[in-house]
Write a protein that binds this ligand. Structure first.
Ligand SMILES: NC(=O)c1ccc[n+]([C@@H]2O[C@H](COP(=O)([O-])OP(=O)(O)OC[C@H]3O[C@@H](n4cnc5c(N)ncnc54)[C@H](OP(=O)(O)O)[C@@H]3O)[C@@H](O)[C@H]2O)c1
Length: 277
């Protein structure tokens, strides 16, 4: 597999936050198929250990570390253990995150703070702590898992969208700072993806939503990420047509408001038992 500096080299060494489920787990399995060494972090130990076993079954090496991305010391330990175990770090996938559904005035300040803490501060801690290792090696690859909602806000997802835009602002500035350093940064913009995301959002918001529009599997997102590893790809839209929304949002914001209003997620009662989006 090609490394971030373009050399063909040993199997990559990759750290992934939020690897116990969904997109993070799928990325771990995709890298494992390339023979990678994968360090996985998340809070739920049993799910993490199961994901690590799946990585090894796919031919990779695994290091599961229970850590909360909002805790910088836990993240420091996660990355230090990764380097101690595997010898270096080639890529970090800043993926841990969740959503809360509701109009901006309904979202409580405590919910907004928690969203920012996990989605944005978690990304910031991971990047900040991984960069010294990448600078030491003169190569590396940062993947920031944002969302198409990090390019264009949609109704009832304002608080979540704010955290996803914040990731993008940080990432775009850093990408420019890293020019010529050998370290790449790619921002990933998934659309609605079949993971635990909706059930977590239902739990956090108190009700479920039914989304309209296209969906993708976590493996499609993972495949796009692993394909981009080692290449200076600034942006990844795993569902390519979704880039149109980003462009339209910049060129014709009012028209875009009308479109996203038509495609908004409809609330359904939590008691209905449906988690479909
Ligand atoms: N699914 C979608 O429709 C969609 C669309 C666009 C973007 N995304 C983004 O994709 C990323 C992954 O989401 P997903 O869809 O794969 O959701 P998911 O299935 O719910 O997975 C989220 C992962 O993040 C971990 N996590 C959550 N809070 C954490 C914390 N404080 N510390 C450490 N780990 C934490 C969870 O593990 P534990 O609970 O075990 O900690 C889990 O492994 C998120 O950033 C999300 O915003 C998702």
């Amino acid at each position: 597999m090609t490394h971030a500096n373009g050399e063909r080299n040993d199997p990559p060494i990759v750290a992934i936050t939020g690897a116990s489920a969904g997109i993070g787990r799928a990325v771990a399995l995709r890298f494992a198929r390339e023979g990678a060494a994968v360090a996985l972090c998340a809070r739920r130990e049993a799910k993490l250990v199961e994901a690590a076993a799946a990585v090894e079954q796919q031919g990779g090496r695994a290091l599961p570390v229970v850590a909360d991305v909002t805790d910088p010391e836990a993240m420091r330990t996660f990355l230090a253990r990764t380097v101690a175990q595997f010898g270096r770090l080639d890529a970090i996938v800043c993926n841990a995150g969740f959503g809360i559904y509701g109009t901006v005035d309904v979202i409580e300040p405590s919910q907004m703070r928690r969203l920012m803490d996990v989605n944005f501060m978690g990304t910031y801690h991971a990047i900040r702590l991984a960069l010294p290792e990448f600078r030491r090696l003169g190569r590396g690859h940062v993947f920031v898992i944002s969302s198409i909602v990090g390019r264009r806000g949609i109704p009832f997802m304002g608080a979540y969208a704010a955290t996803k835009f914040a990731q993008v602002g940080l990432a775009e500035s850093l990408r420019a700072e890293l020019r010529g350093s050998g370290v790449h940064l790619s921002v990933v913009y998934p659309i609605a993806t079949d993971t635990e995301f909706m059930s977590v959002m239902r739990r956090e918001s108190g009700f479920a939503t039914r989304a309209r529009g296209p969906r993708q599997s976590a493996d499609v997102v993972a495949h796009a990420i692993v394909r981009a590893f080692g290449k200076p790809v600034a942006e990844i839209y795993p569902y390519r047509p979704s880039k149109t929304l980003a462009v339209l949002g910049a060129l014709a914001p009012s028209l875009c408001d009308r479109i996203v209003h038509m495609w908004r997620r409809a609330p359904i009662a939590a008691s209905s038992g449906s988690e479909s989006v």
